[in-house]
Design a protein around this ligand. Structure first.
Ligand code: F6R
Length: 609
């Protein structure tokens, strides 16, 4: 959701900025732009649409010799996607250019104040006001000007600013929005995310909330909100550029689906000691599990779906009540949570605004908060009391696959450790289930062999307008994720239903030709699900059945197509049954001509409420 880049160094800025913006495309955007300090003056080039349109414009209007500039991909919130609303925005005197991620909540108030002060507002955005405010406060010191500017702002922001009055430097700050500084040799960058800096450097600084950085080719100076210098910690990216490239696959999503065995293995292996989960160092002690009253899981989208599986697994193995709640609702429902409770937030990016707000609410009420996060040093990772990283590597496709699978793996480990601590699992039972967890990467590999079958099934059903996913228990939670995958990347309407709930209303939507995908991987519930399938078959539905039950055969009374997945304990089965569902969604999206990796209206990292 919006992407910021900035560069200062010896190279020509335009290609560096464009390359950085391309690496942030996955975040979702509808317009793009750059601002350059070109021979003492500001040049701004921006346009609605794709970065390649922007690249073409820079070619037509160039060549540019600037070695300092900022760039932006905008995901419209305030004002339609248009050339004028695209960033960078320029101050009234034309000497300040600014890029902004986030939302300025009091922008209407600020617009009125600026209009009274004689400024003309050019755009419908909330961001433009910040450029004018910066101009108002500039008295020869860019850092001081930005510090004064942000005092007026309510809301969330990451900001990058250049001004013709102070060439060859960038100034930036953030609050509740990600921003990193790439530290190179004689050149430095700012960016919303690591892939944007990797062509230049693997070393980076994570700016903390309210810190301000002044960046030149030769250095980075960071101060806190009071102006006190801060010694920044330089971190090093542990994965390489190739990890964020397609590596021969047509789309990132397919590459990431096939990276799932590794993501799950890397998440599990370092945490198994003598075959049992060791989570103490990450903030999850046995004492905590023994004394906990309730566990609250909160997250958004697929991360919440992982949390819903986690709820079932933790409750079954550790017999402790688990509430799983949408993060955007969590803080508004005055949750009953306190020092006796544990809150687990789950997030791939670690920057999702609603998830961060829920994390803060849980902390405010005294609960211990553990974050299951993929992006190292992200806000959730830094703010939680403990972090369990999912070692899935960079996930670029907007639709999550490998991060979701790694989140499941982390939750299984928590469930087993909690069960051991609470005495609901014997050591032997824990060892047995951990052996199955450790075997999941190999079983996911086996499951991936259904790729051709799912491609074939997608070709048969890609033109359906509505699809139902049904299942019971953990199959139902896997259905929720399967349904989201399909709708978000193929724009096909779909719903996930607890199989037994269909007859209470929804079955009236089933008519000849409706596609129903049934998941039946919980041995104790297979028969019940089969009865529900028969009910939809009797009304003319076409049924794809995903099961690990060897007794079930492709039988016209039960299903039209049978997709077999390997057998594993019921609580772990979503890790396997989701794989054919991801592949089905992928191929339907490709066959419908959709943009698989960057579905319309969606952003990878949702940093606004
Ligand atoms: C769907 C998807 C989203 C995210 C959600 C939370 O494929 O990726 O539903 O799961 O936006 O994002 P994170 O995990 O970054 O907090």
């Amino acid at each position: 959701m919006c992407g910021i880049v900035g560069y200062v160094g010896a190279k020509q800025a335009v290609p560096v900025l464009l390359q950085g913006l391309y690496k942030l495309e996955y975040r979702g955007y509808d317009s793009a732009g750059v601002a350059l300090l070109e021979q003492g003056a500001l040049r701004v080039i921006k346009t609605r649409g794709r970065i390649k349109n922007l690249e073409e414009l820079t070619r037509q209007q160039g060549p540019f010799s600037a070695t300092c500039g900022i760039g932006h991909t905008r995901w419209a919130t305030h004002g339609e996607p248009s050339d004028i609303n695209a960033h960078p925005h320029v101050s009234g005197n034309g000497r300040v250019a600014l890029v902004h991620n986030g939302i300025i909540e009091n922008y209407l108030e600020l617009r009125e104040m600026l209009k009274k002060a004689g400024f003309t507002i050019q755009t419908q955005t909330d961001s433009e006001v910040v450029a004018h405010l910066f101009q108002m406060h500039y008295r020869g010191d860019v850092v001081q000007a930005l510090r004064e500017t942000v005092k007026h702002l309510r809301g969330s922001y990451a900001l990058g600013v250049i001004t013709a009055d102070a060439p060859d430097q960038l100034v930036c700050t953030r609050r509740d929005n990600p921003l990193i500084i790439g530290v190179g040799e004689g050149e430095n960058m700012i960016a919303s995310d690591i892939p944007a800096i990797l062509a230049l450097t693997k070393r980076y600084i994570v700016l903390s909330d309210n810190q301000i950085a002044r960046i030149t080719a030769g250095g980075v100076e960071v101060t806190d909100e009071l102006g006190t210098p801060v010694e920044p910690r330089v971190e090093t990216v542990t994965w390489d550029v190739a990890a964020a490239e397609k590596g021969g696959y047509e789309h990132f999503m397919m590459k990431e689906i096939f990276e799932q065995p590794k993501a799950v293995r890397d998440t599990i292996a370092p945490r198994l000691r003598d075959g049992l989960p060791a989570l103490e160092e990450e903030g999850l002690s046995d004492e905590l599990f023994r004394n906990v009253r309730n566990i609250h899981i909160t997250a958004c989208g697929s991360a919440l779906h992982a949390g819903l599986v986690g709820k079932q697994v933790i409750e079954r193995l550790a017999r402790v009540p688990v509430m799983a709640q949408v993060a955007s609702e969590f803080r508004y429902c005055d949750p009953i949570i306190g020092p006796e409770d544990l809150c687990i937030v789950i997030s791939q990016s670690g920057e999702t605004a609603d998830t961060l707000a829920a994390l803060r609410e849980a902390k405010r009420k005294g609960a211990k908060v553990i974050a299951i996060v993929n992006v190292v040093s992200s806000s959730a990772a830094r703010e939680a009391d403990g972090v369990l990283y999912t070692w899935a590597g960079p996930e670029i496709a907007v639709a999550t696959t490998k991060a979701y699978s790694a989140q499941l793996a982390a939750l299984y480990l928590i469930a087993v450790r909690a069960g051991m601590a609470r005495g609901t699992l014997s050591r032997q039972q824990a060892l047995d289930i951990c052996a199955h967890i450790a075997g999941l990467p190999r079983q996911i590999e086996e499951t991936l062999a259904c790729r051709a079958q799912m491609q074939h099934l997608a070709s048969l059903y890609a033109n359906r307008h509505s699809v139902f996913f049904i299942g019971r228990g953990t199959d139902h939670t896997a259905c929720q994720e399967a349904s989201l995958k399909l709708k978000e990347i193929s724009y096909v309407h779909s719903e996930a239903y607890a199989a037994g709930e269909l007859k209470h209303g929804t079955i009236s939507l089933i008519e000849p030709g409706t596609l129903v995908v049934a998941l039946a991987c919980e041995p104790a519930l297979v028969e019940k699900t089969v009865s529900n399938i028969k009910a939809v078959k009797a009304r003319g539905a076409s049924v794809i059945l995903v099961t690990n039950d060897d007794a079930l055969r492709e039988d016209p009374e039960i299903c039209d197509h049978l997709v077999r997945v390997p057998r594993c304990p019921a609580v772990l089965s979503p890790s396997l049954s989701i794989v054919p569902m991801q592949l089905l969604a992928y191929y339907v999206s490709v066959m419908r001509g959709c943009d698989v990796d960057k579905p319309r209206n969606l952003a990878k990292s949702v940093t606004v409420e």
